[in-house]
Design a protein around this ligand. Structure first.
Ligand SMILES: C[S@@+](CC[C@H](N)C(=O)[O-])C[C@H]1O[C@@H](n2cnc3c(N)ncnc32)[C@H](O)[C@@H]1O
Length: 192
């Protein structure tokens, strides 16, 4: 599916203004202002703001084999998929460390929605240690070609340019006095 079709789907399915654009360097860029829709329905610390998954579902209507990585209490009613978290109490599909993903059959997924902890301070809320982002991205190289990774963070993770193409970046404002976040969207693509 072409990005222009993804953007059309986003506009028609959400009813939100067209805030994503193809730039001259071939990437898609944009900004989302979550407005009134900023609360976290599950009330889980660091959970996706309401509306985030609805927007993602509208951008990726073609994706049926979805993996929520660092899943927390993600609402799979909005965007169905399997889940991975290191905390077994959250009852994910796979209890695994995102830096290894040894129990996860990555070859069967065509979209990964990743929401890692952003800092050591955030990790204290989850009782986990800080993840090495580049190690997670390395594990995700086992995804099939054409799969997308949507990474929500305050940092652009280090990735291999011969394994992933950075296709889109979206800045996300939640509401006043909340941290700014960036969404990086990669496509798994081997380059010679
Ligand atoms: C920002 S929260 C995700 C919240 C989720 N998007 C939601 O809507 O509820 C980060 C999650 O990453 C998990 N986590 C932390 N370190 C991890 C690791 N190494 N591997 C897998 N999950 C990890 C935490 O247990 C926590 O649930």
């Amino acid at each position: 599916m072409l990005w222009e079709n993804r953007i059309d789907s986003y506009v028609s399915k959400t009813g939100f203004p067209r805030s994503l654009f193809a730039s001259e360097d071939g990437r898609v860029v944009g900004t989302w202002i979550m407005g009134n829709d900023y609360r976290v329905k599950s009330e889980y610390y660091g959970g996706y703001p309401a509306g985030y998954l609805k927007r993602m579902k509208a951008l990726f209507p073609d994706k049926k084999r979805v993996l929520h990585l660092f899943s927390g209490k993600v609402d799979i009613g909005v965007f169905p998929g399997d889940t991975v978290d290191i905390n077994p109490a959250l009852k994910p599909t796979y209890v695994d460390d995102a830096q290894k993903l040894e129990r996860v059959p990555l070859a069967k997924y065509d979209l990964v929605l990743a929401d890692p902890p952003y800092s050591i301070e955030d990790c204290e809320h989850y009782g986990t240690s800080m993840v090495k982002r580049n190690t997670v991205m390395r594990a995700l190289q086992r995804l099939p070609e054409g799969a997308h990774v949507v990474w929500l963070d305050q940092v652009l993770p280090m990735y291999r340019k011969d394994r992933f193409a950075l296709e889109a970046t979206i800045g996300m404002w939640k509401s006043t006095n909340h941290r700014f976040r960036g969404i990086s969207i990669f496509r798994r693509a081997d380059q010679q």
